[in-house]
Design a protein around this ligand. Sequence first.
Ligand code: HEM
Length: 155
Amino acid sequence: MDHLLALIVAQAEPASQGWLRDWVTAWKIHPILVNFTAALIPVSVFSDIAARLWNNVSLRIVGYWTMLFAAAITPFTVVAGWLFWDHNDNGDLHMTIHKWLGTSMAVILIGVFAWRATSQVQSRRPGWLYLLVGLAIVAALIYQGNLGGEKAFGM
Ligand code: HEM
């Protein structure tokens, strides 16, 4: 009976959806890459806040480089998310929010890094407005991760 069901499912679904999508799905690339995005953004923002509070230059440099790495890796996280998307995610409001919030985040991070880079090249500390925007992005990231986890682990 199990074999028969497996055969019916195999007939109903295409065997391959393209090598890249197959690879991303088989190796769970999106759940791997999300860890980099989810770690780098808060480390950057909190390092910059701590650098500002305690006037610490090395923490300020951490804030700069981690935002550079976050902006560089998040487009890959997003592309892996698009490739990880399957028919079960269609029509799910939370996953639709997850999709567009995540995609917007990759674009916004490039602008945020450009903003962060201007203070770096001028050897200035990032301003409070930048830090407030950074905190808003951390909040959006927590919500984003919660939406993904809710779907993946059925919370
Ligand atoms: C900043 C960008 C993003 C972050 C931080 C993020 C975060 C997450 C997290 C934490 C999970 C749970 C992972 C796990 O199984 O351990 C997840 C799952 C998922 N995400 Fe994302 N995501 C992002 C962008 C996207 C985008 C743009 C899409 C689609 C267009 C997407 C599609 C998915 C899918 C399909 C799942 C699996 C849900 C399931 O199990 O059915 N993600 N994401």
